[in-house]
Design a protein around this ligand. Sequence first.
Ligand code: SAH
Length: 366
Amino acid sequence: MDTGHEKVNLLGMGNEALRQWVVDLGEKPFRAQQLMKWMFHRLESDFSAMTDISKAFRARLAAIAEIQPPEVLLEKDSADGTRKWVMAMPGGSAIETVFIPEGKRGTLCISSQIGCGLNCTFCSTARQGFNRNLTTAEIIGQVWVAARSLGQTPDQRRITNVVFMGMGEPLLNFDHVMQAVSLMRDDFGFGLAGKRITLSTAGMVPMIDRMREVTDISLAVSLHAPNDALRDQLVPLNKRYPIAELMAACKRYVAGRRGERVTMEYTLIEGVNDQPEHARALIRLLANVPSKVNLIPFNPFPGSDFKRPSEESIRRFQTLLLNHDKVATLRKTRGDDIDAACGQLVGQVADRTRRSQKLKTLPLGG
Ligand code: SAH
């Protein structure tokens, strides 16, 4: 009848809202849990396949609702097992999602925004500017698409961890990110423990405090420099929320939670922040912050002047931290052959269009 109305996408609704919605339709509340199990455990998007729901209700669902994941434009497998999806967003842009298997662990790196407005100088996402926030359905939809593509079943979980380390600043899309997080954690959703979900921020200090009030998922901070002068250059947001304030917010986040540590991400860039003096300053800075350091060798991308340090200086940096009892892991570069490595996520499709436009407008001989 009312085909003129847009169907409601159940994917982004969340447990509570879905229950209320079902009740408002005159159905029993447990229908919401049935629907969620079909959506998130069996990864079913077709109401007609949901055989434990009455035919009449299924028909009604199909008329007014949908389970609509993002559309996959491109799926690429790396030789090392990494898989990347480019997903189309309404309006012609795209986002990227990456799966990184490592032994029993399978980490899904998801995006929270189309593009990013923070302008970190070493990050390729910054080059495309900010487009818009993703909806809850678009965020949880990345997990859904990946789980289905990987053949995940309730008995065989492929995605064991989720990290908000794709495109965008998750704390600038707070409500949608937190709604998606609760769907990831919900037993009728993806059922992931909070500590297996990591939110990475460039350092939105007030939002770290807000986050502390609503969740206890793992926190990662893109530090990249041990002093304000240098961090101002790499992460311009530092001018608003300098290191001392950021470290204080990190301490507050883990306060009272024994054993909890904030992950400090540190992208190593040759000649910029990779010298022994930087390592020593970092050790001093983190001395009384419950933290571990994750070193990420810079991944070069076209148009960037930065370089990845030599193996030798990467090891030297790590060893200095380890010698001072600082936990310091080195992130292996994965999915390099499919442009899926850290900081290379640019929403290739949109990027390609722009690049070809640029080529067309280049003056001859220029
Ligand atoms: N806005 C959030 C989430 C994006 S994740 C944040 O800033 O934390 C971004 C992570 O990718 C950063 O921690 C950074 O370490 C990493 N990164 C970005 N560009 C990179 C590059 N070119 N090489 C290596 N790591 C990069």
